[in-house]
Design a protein around this ligand. Structure first.
Ligand code: NI
Length: 256
């Protein structure tokens, strides 16, 4: 058994033409599987192309809140076609981001809800992006999500809030910030949350964890997230690996 990176943008432009080398590197780092999150059609087509020769990753596709100004209802129809006709195991990342965009909150909510309805219809887990918008994200999921399965990715809110998302059926995924010295809130979440509700992720190429900050991030760094969680919980890192990997397969059912 190995580690699973539950969120990485390996088909984005930062990783142009490196796909096979990356997976060679991941093998050496005991990375068993990666969820490749595609935020646009070019990412998606690249990921689908690699599905023929590499079975070490899963695909998620959806419209990120920061791209919502470019999206209309035709894109949602096309999203449905792609999700229905390909091996795509999650709808995401979708959600709300009030950190980067405060001017289009209504449109963000509108397209978040449209994509949740699509996930309900297709019975797909969702990968949720929520930044400075935890309560609105919670309220919308509570009202519209009928499936109650998915991930709150790169979780950055409080432990109390995490418990609320868990009650809705969600897993909490921790990323690089948990390794940062002054990130007290993610550390508190890591320490107190039950391991059976946790996933680990890199969100590569962003958010490189300590001790590699300043370098480009990739999925091999997910080990540092697991190590920090183990340290905070005072347990063996292998326990973190085994349980987070099990949590991932329980949700997505993609174990070979
Ligand atoms: Ni992401």
């Amino acid at each position: 058994m190995g580690y699973i990176d539950s969120h990485a943008h390996l088909c984005c432009k930062d990783f142009e033409n490196e796909f096979d080398q990356l997976f060679d590197k991941f093998k050496e780092s005991n990375i068993e599987r990666v969820m490749i999150v595609c935020c646009d059609k070019s990412d998606l087509l690249k990921a689908l192309k690699h599905q023929g020769t590499n079975d070490k990753f899963d695909i998620a596709y959806g419209f990120h809140p920061s791209d919502i100004n470019k999206i209309n209802d035709n894109d949602i129809d096309e999203l449905e076609q792609y999700l229905s006709n390909n091996k795509i195991v999650a709808l995401g990342e979708i959600g709300l981001d009030y950190y980067w965009d405060k001017e289009n909150i209504d449109k963000q909510k509108e397209y978040f809800i449209k994509q949740i309805k699509l996930a309900n219809k297709l019975d797909l887990p969702m990968i949720i992006h929520s930044r400075d918008a935890a309560l609105d994200t919670y309220d919308i999921l509570k009202e519209y999500d009928k499936n109650g399965k998915g991930i709150i990715h790169c979780y950055s809110s409080s432990y109390q809030m995490a418990q609320m998302f868990i009650k809705l059926g969600y897993l909490i995924s921790l990323a690089g910030p948990v390794t940062f010295k002054n990130a007290l809130v993610p550390k508190d979440v890591a320490k107190n949350i039950d391991l059976k509700n946790l996933l680990i992720e890199t969100d590569s190429p962003y958010l490189t964890p300590h001790p590699n900050r300043g370098k480009r991030n990739d999925s091999s760094n997910v080990v540092y997230i697991a190590q920090m969680i183990a340290e905070l919980k005072e347990i063996d890192v292998l326990e973190v690996m085994e349980q987070t990997t099990k949590n991932y397969y329980d949700l997505f059912n993609t174990k070979k």
